[in-house]
Design a protein around this ligand. Sequence first.
Ligand code: SF4
Length: 367
Amino acid sequence: MMSAMERDLDRLCQQLDDTDALATLLGFTDTDDIEALRARAEALTLRTIGNRVHYRGLIEISNICSQDCCYCGIRRSNAHVARYTLTQPEILDAAQWCAAQGYGSVVLQGGENTSAAAVEFIADTVTRIKALTRNPRQPEGLGITLSLGVQTSDVYRRWFAAGAHRYLLRVETTDPQLFARIHPPEQTLDERIEALQALRDVGYQVGTGVMIGLPGQTLVQLARDVLFFKTFEIDMIGMGPYQPHADTPMADEPTLSAAERLQRALNMIAVTRLVLPTANIASTTALQALSPEGRELGFSYGANITMPNLTPEAARQHYLLYDEKPLYNEDTEPFGDILKRRLAKLGREVGLHEWGDSRRFTDRHRT
Ligand code: SF4
């Protein structure tokens, strides 16, 4: 027989279009409530996605950015950052390593740079990655996700034609007031949403995400973020707890404790899974920054993607979007070691030589 707690959870889970019901789930703090929510999200993940976790090798290609987001350690106004751009051979080496290990995909991530030279550099690099990583087990080469900020539709088309097929552009929050508080006036939420639409129109699998635990952020705002993911037909979600950076204007703003931010981020993964059963959801590095087991926790709450960092060591220390970002890279230990063992303990396995595309995207394009 169902306990009163299970009946309550059942009732809330039948109202997944309702902002207040989602806010209640996101705000769970009681251990039994949290475990029931987690177990439900994990079971749904296994039913809809299966037990495979897919890797995206993350290459942080440049920390040069023309934007000035108030929370970000590599914002253009931060004069304490040593700026770098990886060379093309460095990027290609990392991509080839990835393919040799059986990772199905890479993510090229960097600050926003709209110069013609930067655009061509990316197009050429994407073309070369595709050519270099074709092999009998992955005849189409690595899947390529780009995360390079707001660009024009022509640029999105150029990169898509070169071979990229997923694009991640985080909105960070869908609340207009909160967005305005954490960005300079020239950056707008409307611009990001229009960019997501443009990416969809070009044909990308579209990803976005939000920060969880921003100063002043409410549960209702987070609930609306989840509903936005659904109504905007987002295919991939990459989100994580807000982590302050000392060299930013938001450094001293009060926020939730680290433990509260971690739990809220995990609740957010679980609720997002319940609302978007077939989306790809990443377990992000920011979770690891708050707990050594953060990434594994993310999988047990419904995530199915991880992005091991393959940025060369010398550059990695200069790509600090927030303080306490984990720099040691256990993911590049011989493939199948630490992370694979941890996944096995969760009953999950790594999807080798597969793109691991969003089922939400493929289902939509089948109909
Ligand atoms: S969050 Fe992205 S766009 Fe904003 S300053 Fe940082 S790198 Fe640039």
